[in-house]
Design a binder for this molecule. Structure first.
Ligand SMILES: NC(=O)c1ccc[n+]([C@@H]2O[C@H](COP(=O)([O-])OP(=O)(O)OC[C@H]3O[C@@H](n4cnc5c(N)ncnc54)[C@H](OP(=O)(O)O)[C@@H]3O)[C@@H](O)[C@H]2O)c1
Length: 229
């Protein structure tokens, strides 16, 4: 039996993660900034903005039986690094600092429950940058290497840390994108299967696998399509 807390459980990938965990027999704390927007019968609703230190502490004090923390909540503002710094900071506040705050608050809870696991939903954009998504790419690169570092820091208490990478999923975040999109239910199922199998990284789709492989090559090759000739 798993007891999970999922952030951003009211919509998108987070909602699928929470509902599939319920289907798999887990107890689920469904966390959302506005708990009235949750539609997950059987879950325990939790009001949680991950950038609010008091709310993060209250969630950790409430959900003391958690052995699976899923940091799914994230934002994508379209901010560029040379534009207004406000949304750049917002992306880092949620995708990096808020996620780290959750792990810091729940690390003792996970230790007390046998170690358990942390899942951080990163992105294929952990491994590349895309025009118009500079701040998001930086925040997801930080999220990815945060997972690597936390894996080392939490190894002593037996906590598994898994990072999830995907290109485009069919959620509100990508509503203006016309290309191929993975069903968020598939993202959730692959993530939960991988965590159960003890995997440390979930490369959800072919795009993410291609981007990851490109890191071993000359960046000129990968970025040729984005740069002026
Ligand atoms: N969709 C994609 O193609 C894609 C690709 C790669 C990675 N991802 C990542 O997958 C995760 C889920 O994204 P999604 O596609 O499901 O997006 P989504 O439909 O836009 O959902 C984002 C979720 O995060 C929550 N959230 C945002 N800021 C928060 C905060 N400060 N505290 C707590 N919750 C907060 C939102 O809550 P509200 O309803 O209150 O706004 C919402 O529940 C994100 O980390 C995203 O970066 C998505």
């Amino acid at each position: 039996m798993t007891t999970a807390l999922v952030t951003g459980a009211n919509r998108g990938i987070g909602r699928h993660l929470a509902s599939q965990l319920l289907e798999r027999g887990a107890k689920v704390y469904a966390a959302a900034r506005r708990p009235e927007t949750l539609d997950l019968p059987g879950a325990v609703p939790v009001a949680l903005d991950i950038t609010d230190p008091d709310a993060v502490a209250a969630a950790a004090a409430l959900a003391t039986d958690v052995d699976l923390l899923i940091n799914n909540a994230g934002v994508s503002t379209g901010a560029t690094l040379l534009g207004d710094l406000g949304p750049v900071r917002t992306e880092l506040d949620v995708n990096f600092w808020g996620t780290l705050a959750m792990v810091r608050a729940f690390a003792p809870v996970l230790a007390a429950n046998g170690g358990g696991a942390v899942v951080n939903v990163a992105s294929a954009l952990s491994w590349f940058a895309f025009p118009g998504a500079g701040a998001y790419a930086v925040s997801k690169a930080a999220n990815w290497n945060m997972s690597n570092a936390l894996r080392l820091e939490l190894a002593g208490q037996g906590t598994q840390v898994t990072s999830v990478h995907l290109g485009a999923a069919d959620t509100d975040m990508m509503k203006d994108y016309d290309g191929d999109k993975t069903d968020p239910a598939t993202v959730a199922a692959r993530t939960l299967d991988a965590v159960a199998a003890g995997e440390l990284e979930v490369v959800v789709d072919e795009w993410s696998a291609m981007v990851k492989a490109s890191l071993a090559r000359d960046p000129r090759e990968f970025y040729a399509g984005f740069l002026p000739a």
